[in-house]
Design a protein around this ligand. Structure first.
Ligand code: FAD
Length: 493
């Protein structure tokens, strides 16, 4: 059943254990580190109850009503429905929530389109996955994921130190016991469950780590170690308007004797399967299409800021500045083209399903990873030193004498002082603060390190077709007479 924002917030008061440094937090809905972002997520749940957005976010099939990001697409229109739902969510969060509830749910939806990929071992893992997908639809859950081992734990071999990588340490007739850690669950403090898995290859002796399962965030023995909270550090909404309510958080997930029943296990004791489920199903494409759309919303915000900053600094009509803005505009248009191209060039799958074009999706991932820093840096150049001309914070306006000076000396012929400071504070929160810096790292790594994304693009490229173009030219004219060719030295096909 679709949950309201209030229902969702109530579900977070479940005894979960979150540490920020040495402080234990059990209620994210009231704690100053998390409470406003929790309400931002609640607002996403409420989209299903607002007549203006309901049709975009909700799908009705017979008696079943569920979120559009759980739709298994069978047509172009279905893919458009998915895109529009991601777009609505990312516009509400300005692309600052990478792991909004539609991200991992899209992975699970893609997996449910090819449950055959889960068939392995002596357990009905394919049935477990389909039941889980049905549960996501029925219970309207928010799931995050932690699908890579912690840094330094990816190799095996003789060591004085026991591996901290998450591993099954015991099996019973009812389920498995997990111990170890997984990095890095974005959004976990706001999620109902964490999907645990392995998207990178494991070593042959790591079969016990090849577990894919889902675990409630309040499971006994599970704790989250959150990085610092930018929401808590925000002095006021005026001073840090984005960190104030859009800090999605990132956490290390620690498992100490956590019990997982078999029905929540999707792969185990099969290193190859634990990774294949992401690529032999539409999961990786459905999930990362969301990432593309989410980035697009962020990019549109950046362009809006660039244009307004140029106006605020009276540089808007300068031809050099117009060329910079034109360059930014080209980036935004290119990304939107790659996103819509994923639908235009959709892939037709078995059983009547359709998927976004995966090559276009990976190209967009590469575009985003590669360009985020340069785009942001360009806009920082437009900012100049304006940010540091501003008072340290908005408390200057609490003192009538200082407020008068502020209004008099910080205004320009384009803008009054308060509006100018408000705009620069917003720009700096997106491009300059520690909150902004976390996003630089996020955009570089959320789908794997840059070389991993290039690997996806390489893997999916039809190199043979491109080589055939070259062969067509080479074969169209003769070799010099009298020279023999050695077939044993032909390039590999
Ligand atoms: C803000 C943020 C949020 C995240 N959210 C999530 C999440 O929600 N869920 C989740 O599961 N994960 C998440 N991640 C983790 C993310 O998946 C990893 O950061 C990413 O896979 C890269 O792994 P790593 O950080 O261990 O970097 P490493 O693998 O250690 O790579 C670091 C650098 O080392 C070099 N390097 C390492 N290996 C090689 C190699 N074989 N060849 C060439 N160069 C190499 C490269 O320069 C690379 O950039 C998040 C990460 C960040 C930063």
């Amino acid at each position: 059943m679709l949950r309201t924002g209030q229902d969702y917030l109530a579900s977070l008061r479940d005894g979960r254990r979150i540490y920020i440094g040495g402080e234990l937090i059990t209620d994210v809905t009231t704690h100053p580190a998390f409470r406003r972002a929790a309400r931002t997520v609640a607002g996403l749940f409420d989209l299903a109850f607002d007549p203006a957005t309901r049709d975009t976010i909700v799908v009705t099939e017979g008696n079943e009503t569920y979120r559009a990001y759980l739709l298994k697409a069978r047509s172009r229109e279905d893919l458009e429905r998915r895109l529009n739902a991601h777009r609505l969510i990312s516009q509400k969060t300005h692309g600052l929530f990478g792991r909004s509830p539609d991200h991992v749910a899209s992975f699970v939806t893609g997996m449910a389109m090819n449950p055959e990929a889960f068939k392995t071992g002596d357990k009905p893992y394919d049935r477990h996955l389909l039941d889980y997908y049905a549960r996501l639809k029925r219970d309207d859950l928010y799931v995050c994921y932690a699908i890579i081992p912690p840094q330094g734990a990816r190799t095996s071999g003789p060591s004085q130190v026991a591996s901290n990588n998450l591993t099954v340490t015991a099996e019973t007739h009812a389920g498995v016991i997990l111990n170890g850690v997984k990095m890095l669950a974005t959004g976990a403090v706001f999620a109902n469950e964490v999907w645990v898995g392995n998207i990178f290859p494991l070593k042959p002796d790591q079969a016990k780590a090849s577990i894919t399962c889902t675990v409630p965030i309040n499971a006994p023995g599970l704790s989250l170690w959150s990085r610092t909270s930018y929401e808590r550090d925000a002095k006021s909404e005026f001073d840090s308007p984005l960190a104030y309510r859009f800090d999605e958080t990132d956490s290390l997930v620690i498992f100490e004797d956590v019990f997982v029943p078999w029905e929540n296990v999707f792969t185990y004791n099969d290193i190859e399967r634990s990774r294949a489920i992401y690529h032999e199903t539409p999961a990786h494409t459905y999930g990362n299409h969301q990432s593309n759309v989410r980035f697009w919303s962020r990019l549109q915000l950046i362009l809006g800021i660039a244009s307004k900053i140029a106006k605020a600094n009276a540089a808007h009509d300068n031809p050099v500045v117009r060329a910079i803005l034109g360059d930014l505009a080209a980036h935004e248009a290119a990304l939107s083209g790659i996103i819509y191209g994923q639908i235009q060039n959709r892939e037709i799958l078995a059983d009547g399903y359709v998927c976004f074009n995966r090559r276009h999706m990976y190209a967009a991932l590469d575009f985003c990873t590669r360009n985020y820093w340069d785009i942001s840096n360009t806009v920082r150049e437009l900012l100049g030193g304006g940010m540091f001309q501003m008072p340290a914070d908005s408390s200057v306006m609490d003192d009538p004498a200082l407020a008068g000076l502020f209004e008099r000396y910080l205004q320009t012929s384009q803008q009054d002082a308060v509006s100018r400071m408000k705009l620069f504070k917003l720009a700096w929160d997106l491009l300059g603060t520690e909150f902004a810096s976390r996003h630089f790292q996020y955009e570089k790594f959320y789908a794997g390190a840059p070389f991993v994304i290039k690997g996806h693009n390489d893997r999916e490229c039809p190199w043979h077709d491109f080589e055939a173009i070259v062969d067509g030219i080479l074969d169209s004219y003769p070799n010099p007479a009298g020279v023999s060719m050695n077939p044993a030295l032909a390039l590999a096909q």
